[in-house]
Design a protein around this ligand. Structure first.
Ligand code: TYM
Length: 356
């Protein structure tokens, strides 16, 4: 009988081979090609991808199979897939040293996901808040793929036995589920060290960037107002306009962290500034304490244009060279498959699938 107790964590012996190479582990992370990449995606995840690449072996994946859990126009999906790959490269990821690829090009993700569909419990899936948010009121009409989404995400990570996953805070629950799936698989098949119990890497001053129109709501690709987010491809004028129109309150700038915490719109802008400037939020609060928002917003605009402008420009340049982007994706998929195929073969053997 399989063991449904997920409490006993398997010891993580997966780091030793990396330590021997002077590395801290193996990273896998993914971004959906579902429309405008925004400042939240950049500060919460993509910027960190490049920052981690000297210390880890990295696999960065454009998760096109996750994207189709809600309807995607096929032509738009292809170009958005290249756009996300371009964003990885423009943010400094070395696509020749590490693997940058799209998920559907490595069929082992889907193959492991099926096994995980049979490991994960309905009760676990029912707790997933992202499904509830995305399915909304019309849950009966949501795709089966949207419901199984977190099991595919666990497969993305564990098909490489990745030890670390850099993400924004909103993915925390999915990573906890990934850990539960790894532990249950290890327990059920009496293979205590088969999958690592993956660690999330959630760091920086902006792990949860909020909407510019409402500091209590997450900045999101799906917000109908384009003024709610700064897109990575926005030009300097658009960035300036959006920051000028960002919601604030009538008081002067907060002068303590406690004051900022009570004022979500101000707090969000301060967090964005701190992340872009690579400063502690407390230092930014101290620098602008008691000043007018107009002065702060002017400084934030200059900073955002200086930091995001080059990334946007490089993305645009790469988008005009789809042949190059495709060559990076092809190379990345080959590297990824070379890691994934033997791990899937081991999984199949462990589960008891015949290989005639
Ligand atoms: P996605 O495509 O929604 O977002 C990509 C990354 O951006 C982060 N993010 C944010 N960070 C800070 N503030 C925000 N407002 C904000 N919005 C998004 C997300 O946390 C994420 O890191 N399920 C994932 C994609 C995925 C994945 C994976 C991630 C599929 N397989 C395996 C890691 C590992 C998602 O929907 O991300």
């Amino acid at each position: 009988m399989p063991d449904t107790d997920t409490k006993a964590a398997a010891p993580n012996t997966h780091l030793a081979p990396y330590a021997a190479k002077g590395l801290k582990g193996r990273i896998l992370s993914g971004v959906q090609p579902t429309g405008n990449l925004h400042l939240g995606n950049y500060l919460g995840a993509i910027r960190n991808f490049a920052r981690l690449q000297d210390d880890y072996e990295c696999l960065y994946c454009v998760v096109d199979m996750h994207a189709i859990t809600v309807w995607q126009d096929p032509a738009a999906l292809s170009s958005q897939t290249r756009e996300i790959a371009a964003a990885f490269l423009a943010s400094g990821v070395d696509g020749r040293k590490h693997a940058v690829f799209n998920q559907s090009a490595v069929p082992e993700h889907a193959q492991l996901a099926w096994v995980f569909n049979c490991v994960a419990r309905l009760g676990w899936m029912n707790r997933m808040t992202q499904f509830k948010e995305k399915a909304g009121k019309d849950r009966e009409n949501a795709s089966l793929g949207l419901y199984a989404y977190p099991a595919l995400m666990a497969a993305d990570i564990l098909i490489y036995k990745a030890t670390h996953v850099p993400v924004g805070e909103d993915q925390k629950q999915h990573l906890e589920l990934t850990r539960d799936i790894a532990i249950k698989f290890n327990n059920d098949f009496h293979t205590p060290d088969f999958f690592p119990v993956t660690e999330p890497l959630i760091f920086g001053a902006a792990t949860r960037v909020m909407s510019l129109r409402d500091g209590t709501k997450k900045m999101s690709k799906s917000d109908p107002s384009d003024y709610s987010r700064i897109n990575l491809t926005d030009d300097a004028d658009a960035i300036a306009q959006k920051i000028r129109r960002a919601k604030t309150d009538p008081l002067p700038m907060p002068d303590t962290a406690a004051d900022a915490e009570k004022r979500p719109d101000a707090d969000n802008l301060l967090g964005i500034y701190a992340a872009l400037a690579d400063q502690e939020k407390d230092a930014v609060i101290a620098a602008f304490a008691g000043k007018q928002f107009s002065e702060f917003k002017a400084a934030l605009t200059d900073l955002a244009v200086a930091k995001l402008g080059p990334v946007g420009a490089e993305m645009q340049r790469l988008m005009k060279d789809p042949g190059y982007v495709d060559s990076v994706l092809n190379e990345g998929a080959a590297k990824a498959r070379a890691i994934a195929a033997p791990i899937l073969a081991d999984v199949y053997k462990t589960v008891g699938f015949l290989k005639p």
